[in-house]
Design a protein around this ligand. Structure first.
Ligand SMILES: NC(=O)c1ccc[n+]([C@@H]2O[C@H](COP(=O)([O-])OP(=O)(O)OC[C@H]3O[C@@H](n4cnc5c(N)ncnc54)[C@H](O)[C@@H]3O)[C@@H](O)[C@H]2O)c1
Length: 432
């Protein structure tokens, strides 16, 4: 049986990166596509045999001997593509969102469903949460698949758009999961592109302003190549995204896939995790608890913050547009960290004071997108002012930090009352 291991054919997914037949992946593929093993073996034999230059080995699986080969994808494509395109396109566009249970991915799901798409979200919850998508349960146009996208993605039916958002994105997360971050940027992008190629879908990569590293050009235009320390602690994230961009462009040039690259600048909003280490949840949670707000360095480094709904609108516009070159999406309104901390204190009416801590390694000193392309190509501008975006974000975090749940409050009250009265029996009942 012919199986290509270079990911050019998504269907050819039963081999791992080193080129060995992966039995479990193969079984999943067979089950997912409801393939007839004998038919498949015969069909593939016809393709493989006689291919010049094919590097072939034999593998055994379930009593079958499979002829596993690397060979030019174009020779392989016609035989398999008949099977894979047997589904007719639906009237409602079908979108696949990797990283759909994350902060941005979940907002994208909401927008796509609102625009009438059928949506399949894929996530392994490494940094995402069910809470971000549980409001979609029961929606007949929504499906969720729990899967690591560095493994092969098998989907039946047509797909029109692949939105590749899976990746740890906050410094805390990618410092905790450096290898998974590199894998999802490389292998995960490879698998998501394979899916887009197989289905003839349009592909969008959620890239990042981090590819500019500690920029020597300000504000950052898409034509700037960046200043990244490959060896530093942030290198795993920055380089995984740089690799992902290169891979997307290679697929576009080699396979003529319609691709889009969005370079996302700092974005904030509801559904961010409280302790994900990004500056907005960090400052807001400190302010709400009236704890000191930690500013790194002397606070003169700058960032610009885009509200999530603005960002997602821009990304949607990019996918639906016709531009393959990367586009910066972010808010060009720039603030120093000190100004931002003061803004948060004001917005939360906090009694927090500001404390300074040493600047982490490779922390960019300035960040501001040049959004000329987005303005010109997508007719996009951020609309939500910082004060308004912060209001809903703070309300969300207030709810998360919130008052303890009613049951816990009652327990605590009873506990206190019983302890005071010396009712040991009652106290035990309360805690059980
Ligand atoms: N939020 C921002 O300010 C920002 C800025 C620049 C770029 N981005 C990019 O946008 C995307 C989403 O970021 P976010 O802020 O929503 O982060 P997030 O951590 O909230 O979401 C990422 C999601 O991807 C999932 N994921 C990670 N690895 C996976 C894997 N191997 N298989 C399946 N799922 C996997 C996580 O579980 C999570 O649900 C990322 O690609 C990130 O690099 C975000």
């Amino acid at each position: 049986m012919g199986i290509v291991d270079d990911g050019d054919e998504h269907f050819a997914g039963a081999m791992d990166f080193e080129g060995f037949l992966h039995e479990q992946a193969f079984a999943t593929m067979v089950a997912a596509l409801e393939l007839d093993l004998e038919g498949l073996a015969q069909n593939a034999q016809g393709v493989v045999v006689g291919v010049k230059g094919a590097v072939s080995t034999f593998q055994h699986f379930n009593g079958f001997t499979f002829h596993v080969s690397r060979f030019p994808p174009l020779l392989y494509q016609p035989a398999m593509s008949k099977r894979l395109t047997r589904h007719s396109r639906s009237a409602q566009p079908v979108s696949v969102v990797t990283g759909g249970a994350g902060f941005l991915g979940s907002h994208l799901l909401d927008l796509l469903l609102a625009r009438g798409h059928r949506v399949i979200a894929i996530d392994n919850f490494i940094t995402g949460s069910v809470a971000n998508i549980d409001h979609l349960a029961g929606n007949t146009r929504f499906r969720f698949i729990q899967q690591d996208v560095t493994e092969y993605i098998f989907l039946k039916g047509p797909v029109d758009y692949v939105w590749h958002f899976a990746s740890p994105a906050s410094p805390v997360d990618y410092l905790e999961f450096p290898i998974q971050t590199l894998k999802v940027g490389s292998l995960g992008t490879h698998k998501a592109l394979g899916l887009a190629k197989e289905k003839g879908a349009r592909f969008l990569l959620a890239s990042t302003s981090e590819i500019y590293g500690d920029p020597l050009v300000h504000p950052q235009t898409e034509t700037y190549w960046g200043n990244v320390n490959t060896l530093g602690p942030r290198g795993c994230y920055d380089e995984s995204k740089r690799f992902a961009e290169a891979l997307v462009m290679a697929y576009h040039r080699e396979h003529d896939i319609q691709t889009r690259i969005v370079r996302i600048f700092n974005t904030y909003g509801p559904r961010m995790r409280l302790h994900d280490g990004r500056v907005v949840p960090a400052f807001v949670s400190q302010a709400l608890a009236h704890r000191p707000i930690t500013v790194f360095g002397d606070g003169t480094q700058t960032r610009s913050f885009c509200f999530c709904s603005d960002l997602i609108e821009g990304i949607f516009g990019l996918m639906m547009g016709r531009h393959t070159e990367p586009v910066n999406i972010g808010n060009p309104h720039e603030l120093t960290m000190l100004q931002f901390a003061e803004e948060i204190i004001r917005a939360t009416r906090s009694r927090s004071r500001i404390v300074f801590r040493p600047l982490p390694q490779d922390d960019p000193k300035q960040r501001r997108p040049d959004i000329t392309r987005a303005r010109k190509w997508l007719k996009w501008e951020p609309k939500v002012p910082l004060s308004e975006g912060l209001k809903s974000t703070i309300a969300y975090f207030r709810g998360k930090l919130g008052r303890p749940r009613r049951r816990d409050r009652c327990r605590a009250r009873l506990h206190r009352a019983c302890r005071g009265a010396g009712h040991r029996f009652a106290r035990r009942r309360i805690w059980w």
